[in-house]
Design a protein around this ligand. Sequence first.
Ligand code: GDP
Ligand code: MG
Length: 163
Amino acid sequence: MSSIVAIVGRPNVGKSTLFNRLIKRREAIVDSVSGVTRDRHYGKSEWNGKEFSVIDTGGYVVGSDDIFEEEIRKQVQLALDEADIILFVVDVEQGITPMDEAVAKILRQVEKPLFMAVNKVDNAMRAADAVEFYNLGLGDYHTISSVNGSGTGDLLDAIVDII
Ligand code: GDP
Ligand code: MG
């Protein structure tokens, strides 16, 4: 059985964009509207000769901000149950939001290997802004741009290193 990597994070951080890049096929639905990915998507990926499965944990029922926390808790829990490795995605454009804090709080208690990807680091200036994510208490992070692919190779190197 190949390892399962679950991509978790609040809506609109770029989970589906990253998923599409990892599986190199456009399966997940990506939209500029927050939370538009409705279902969980599964895909296969391969890096450095190692195969693994990827779950895009969309599925947030997004109506208003106040339902977020309970909904995200459920989604993250589902992902955690299935996954061997957690890939937590945050967004340097928005910075840390209360929902990121809520997810991080859950993830701090999880014993599975965790990688944090600060997404939307499309240029070097944004890399400096990523330092605030140390405040989530999850340790180090990888800066990536799911749109232009920068940093995703280093992230994948680190992930398959433990597979
Ligand atoms: P999800 O809700 O977490 O699955 O996020 P999506 O993948 O649907 O992306 C939400 C929005 O962020 C879309 O408009 C994407 O084009 C945009 N986005 C995703 N990754 C990046 C990135 O690396 N850089 C920039 N600038 N925008 C991104
Ligand atoms: Mg999505």
